[in-house]
Design a protein around this ligand. Structure first.
Ligand code: 2HA
Ligand code: ZN
Length: 270
């Protein structure tokens, strides 16, 4: 059996947690990541029949039965993942229709998966139903996106249009836009269901006054989505209080669509 600490999925997870911490997106225990893995890649590093313990999930996710996830731990700090991956991360397999997570590795010292596990698992199910390639769900607290939810209206079309207008390439990176949820109690099945519903039409879902969820086929793509939206929000927060002299027009956004072969979300451009 190969050393799991050298598995590409583990190395990349550790690097990403560290990078997100260094971006200031994951203060204290803020943020969480889950990564859907194939049984074959897990089996190179672990005996998949050796279950360490069963952890109840508190929800059902039949579409994810027997699926493997590398996931960050509840109460754990992204800052510390690099120093002790086995304590701060865990590898689980869902069973009993998603009601149980079988721990195969990690969460040493009695830990368990992130408090946002319902939102993660429901979002995986929702993304997989529209994109079978989706593997990652990522949540964090980037300051400018959060700040924007205090001063911008929260309608998804209007929020998306503002982000698209802040950097030329935004419409290319997330042509489907971002969906925005109002403030809701985090960690609950309700916010999980609401997030998953929004994940049906976009890979980015803003949690007002809290943070953002991103989904994608790998860590790079998902990180890059959040990074691009956060950059746009940063520009917005720099200019929102100043007299606006120029913007990117809808006509110009249509030119970007043509040039880069993407289609902006139906009805979001005039
Ligand atoms: O504790 O970010 O939303 C991690 C979180 C909760
Ligand atoms: Zn959070």
């Amino acid at each position: 059996m190969k050393n799991i600490l050298e598995a590409p999925f583990l190395v990349e997870m550790v690097r990403t947690c560290t990078n997100m911490y260094q971006h200031g997106w994951d203060e204290r225990n803020g943020g969480n990541i889950s990564w859907l893995l194939d049984e074959a890649e897990v089996a190179e590093y672990l005996d998949v029949n050796a279950v360490l313990r069963d952890i109840p999930t508190g929800f059902e996710a039949p579409a994810l039965e027997e699926k493997y996830f590398l996931v960050t731990g509840t109460g754990k700090y992204f800052k510390n993942v690099q120093y002790d991956p086995a304590h701060n991360l865990g590898l689980i397999r869902l069973s009993e229709g998603g009601k149980t997570a079988q721990l195969l590795w990690g969460f040493t010292g009695g830990g368990k998966f992130t408090s946002e596990f319902p939102a993660h698992m429901m979002s995986h199910a929702a993304r997989l139903s529209v994109d079978p390639e989706n593997r990652i769900v990522m949540h964090c607290h980037p300051a400018n996106l959060l700040a924007m939810t205090y001063v911008h209206d929260l309608d998804s079309r209007s929020f998306t249009r503002t982000l698209w207008q802040m950097c030329s390439e935004c419409v290319v990176v997330f042509p489907e836009g971002v969906n925005v949820l109002p403030w809701m109690l985090c960690g609950t099945n309700e916010i999980g269901q609401a997030t998953a519903e929004q994940m049906g039409t976009a890979r980015l879902v803003v949690w007002s006054q809290h943070g953002i969820y991103g989904a994608g086929k790998d860590l790079d793509e998902t990180f890059g989505l959040i990074e691009t939206a956060e950059k746009a929000a940063e520009i917005y927060m720099k200019i929102a209080h100043l007299p606006l002299k120029n913007t990117i027009t809808d006509e110009q956004l249509h030119l970007m669509e043509e040039r880069f072969g993407v289609k902006a979300r139906e009805g979001f451009l005039d």
